[in-house]
Design a protein around this ligand. Structure first.
Ligand code: SF4
Length: 389
């Protein structure tokens, strides 16, 4: 049975966090309903819309079964729960579904008892919770809307509504973050006991106001108070140690889970399984092609209303590209990759490349299985660069 993940992008936020490099916008609430309507239209007409945009869906998609949905953003928890419910209902109407995991990204300040009850009623059974930090000074500097107290309030509401699978996001490297505040955030997280944890390192690039300011050596957005690279690496190592000691399994470079709670939807990305993305900026992967919808939400609504899907970056994968993805995405998983399977599938020998990495202590090998060496996970990019030489 071919399984399929569905991603729905909601590109709206209440404000713009200083570190954010996503394509999201702060727009009047009146624009939510037309957007949600277009996501439903895109799902209902996806086969024709893809064909017109040059996307080829492999034949096995005809009887694929959707087992995961992920509603991300942006801040999808901003939407009226009826809108979220209608998007989940649109998936059920347009695809054969045997849903095991339906995730909603939620920011703490948006959670109310009414919303949480409606989310559970709509079949959402997992919340990816944008905590980022438990330190108010850091949250304020980053332009976040919530504070530590909101995390406790919202977590209690979600548990009270019966949400049994919650993931917390933390960011290492926020302005004003210190060893002490990072440890405090980790301790507070462990005490609240979410089933899943994601730890991201602050990305510094021109795509965010903070990133641009850091690159220019400026001081706005507390850019001069961002921890250095060494400190950030240390924060990551502290997270590895502390989360491991608290019973979380480190299963992907940025992700930890209590036994049985690894994200089924996100595993599809790293395992190169198929998923279809709906909404502005949503990415899709059919197994042979990758494509994305245009980012601009207003342009997306205008195009879909006119009966057209604004597909960008349509790429048919070559064998070489697929092999690179296997290695790059596969090695992000701490269980590693089955080198024998990859060599057979792609008709290549990777022995010499991996022997070099093994000699340098970057990877370890157990029979046909290859994985990043313990303690080398934080330098995974170096490993990938070496591997691709
Ligand atoms: S809430 Fe998330 S998506 Fe929205 S601006 Fe902040 S970081 Fe970006």
């Amino acid at each position: 049975m071919k399984t399929l993940g569905i991603y729905v992008q909601v590109p709206f936020c209440q404000t713009r966090c200083t570190y954010c490099n996503f394509h999201t916008g702060v727009v009047p609430a009146a624009r939510f309903a037309p957007y949600v309507g277009c996501v439903g239209t895109e799902m209902a007409g996806h086969k024709e819309l893809y064909a017109a945009a040059g996307v080829t869906l492999p034949e096995e998609f005809a009887d694929a079964v959707v087992d995961t949905i992920y509603v991300g953003g942006g801040t999808p928890s901003l939407l009226d729960p009826a809108h979220l419910g209608s998007m989940v209902a649109a998936v059920r109407e347009n695809f054969v579904c045997e849903l095991t995991e339906v995730t909603l990204e939620a920011d703490p300040e948006t959670v109310t008892e009414e919303k949480a009850a409606a989310w559970v009623g709509a079949g959402i059974n997992r919340i990816s919770f944008g905590v980022q930090s438990f330190c108010d000074e850091e949250l304020k500097a980053a332009g976040r809307m919530h504070r530590r107290a909101d995390v406790y309030r919202a977590a209690a509401i979600l548990r009270g509504a019966g949400m049994a699978n919650i993931s917390f996001d933390l960011i290492a490297g926020l302005p004003k973050q210190t060893r002490k505040t990072w440890r405090d955030s980790l301790d507070a997280l462990v005490e609240l006991g979410p089933e899943h944890v994601s730890v991201y390192l602050l990305e510094v690039d021109e795509g965010s106001r903070l990133g641009g300011e850091i690159l220019r050596g400026g001081k706005r957005y507390s850019a001069a108070e961002v921890p250095g690279d060494d400190e950030m690496a240390e924060f990551y190592e502290t997270a590895c140690w502390e989360l491991g000691a608290a019973g979380y399994e480190h299963y992907e470079i940025s992700n930890w889970a209590k036994p049985g709670f690894a994200s089924r939807h996100n595993l599809k990305y790293w395992r190169r399984e198929a998923y279809l993305g709906f909404g502005a900026g949503a990415h899709s992967f059919s197994g042979t092609e990758r494509w994305a919808n245009a980012h601009d939400a207003a342009g997306y609504v205008a195009a879909v209303t006119a009966g057209r899907l604004p597909v960008e970056q349509l790429e048919r994968l070559t064998a070489e590209g697929a092999l690179e993805e296997e290695l790059f995405l596969g090695l992000r998983q701490l269980a590693g990759i089955d080198l024998g399977r990859i060599e057979r599938q792609y008709g290549v020998s990777l022995d010499s490349r991996f022997a070099r990495l093994r000699a340098a202590g970057l990877i370890e090998r157990e029979g046909s299985l290859v994985r990043l060496a313990p303690g080398r996970v934080s330098v995974s990019n170096e490993v990938f660069v070496e591997l691709m030489k």
